[in-house]
Design a protein around this ligand. Structure first.
Ligand code: PBG
Length: 324
């Protein structure tokens, strides 16, 4: 007649629920991705990512400072160059937009929060691919590695504490690690986008970086059908010297985050990407979901799946909410 076990007892009040909560989100676990564009007079809103802008160098500075004040884990910078070319040469130019933004960020925050750089060519190439192309228009893995290696060194010299190779070329972590070490940057951390899937949810990001990509990235990013392959990618990256491994996107890949965090003993990050935030913002704008509750639940779910670190466009908002 009466149940012997009453789990509801532990849900009876806010204080009780707080007391038994298994998963917590802290500002230090959150990383804010930011876009810094060349040649803008003022920040430009990204229509498919409400609340997110392409920053000018100046408007970004205030955000670096507030990221540090909020105690965020770091900022992940993406550069949007004015001119793109076949080899993405802007990525290697010390005066290119990403590299000057790294210098600005480091000057602003010092060591108070971590300055991170996306290490990939797609923002810099006129064809929009993550690497250079061979004479048949295919992405040339090994030619790309040489550029990534140089890019890692330029980013470290520009002030990046952490570089984040995201192009899914084979051997990219090893090539970048060797170049960093040779150049004396053995303390620069590699956060490897290790298990990165070819996803429809990157859509809004293409607007954010003015991408000129025609076609897709299916020959280098992972097939959404595969989970075991993520473990292989992660293990290779760790063997090549990755300090932190990342799963991306997050929400359609919570199982992969769980598998990876069970399999490895390095910190695991997950990237709550542009399309994942756009869905929430769009539904909330219609009044169809409670925006703040949805955001908090999403980030909690990514942490619960096993991610130590979450990259999210809502990082500052969440950290601010945690203070009150
Ligand atoms: C590659 C890169 C991408 C994202 C982060 N790094 C785009 C892609 O692989 O197509 C996507 C981030 C997002 O969608 O929020 N430089």
């Amino acid at each position: 007649m009466y149940p012997d076990h009453r789990p509801r007892r532990l849900r009876s009040s806010p204080a009780m629920r707080r007391f038994v909560a298994e998963t917590h989100v802290q500002p230090s676990q959150l990383v804010l991705p930011m876009f810094i564009a060349e040649g803008l007079d003022e920040p430009r809103p990204i229509s498919s990512m409400p609340g997110v802008v392409q920053h000018t160098r100046e408007s970004a500075r205030a955000v670096y400072a507030s990221a540090a004040a909020l105690g965020l884990g770091g900022v992940m910078l993406f550069g949007v160059p004015e001119h793109k070319d076949a080899t993405g040469s802007g990525a290697l130019d010390p005066d290119g937009i990403l590299n000057v933004a790294l210098r600005d960020a480091r000057a602003e925050v010092g060591d108070d929060t971590l300055v991170m750089a996306d290490l990939c060519l797609d923002e810099f190439t006129d064809h929009g691919h993550c690497g250079v192309l061979d004479d048949q228009g295919r992405v040339d893995n090994d030619a790309t590695l040489e550029i990534y290696a140089d890019m890692g060194v330029v980013q470290a010299e520009s002030g990046a504490h952490v570089v984040g190779p995201s192009g899914m070329m084979d051997g990219q972590v090893g090539a970048i690690r060797a170049a960093l070490d040779t150049a004396g940057h053995d303390d620069t951390v590699i956060l490897a986008y290790a298990a990165k899937y070819s996803s429809a949810f990157y859509g809004p990001f293409r607007e954010a970086v003015d991408s000129s990509l025609v076609g897709d990235r299916k020959t280098y990013q992972q097939d959404p059908a595969n989970a075991r392959e993520a473990i292989r990618e992660v293990e290779l990256d760790i063997a090549e010297g990755a300090d932190i491994v990342m799963v991306k996107p997050a929400l359609s890949y919570l199982d992969v985050i769980r598998d990876v965090s069970d399999a490895v003993d390095v910190p695991v990050a997950a990237y709550n990407i542009s399309g994942e935030m756009a869905m929430v913002e769009a539904a909330a704008a219609h009044g169809w979901i409670d925006r703040e509750r949805a955001i908090d639940e999403i980030v909690l779910s990514i942490r619960r799946a096993g991610a130590d670190i979450v990259l999210t466009y809502w990082a500052a908002e969440i950290a601010d909410r945690l203070r009150h």
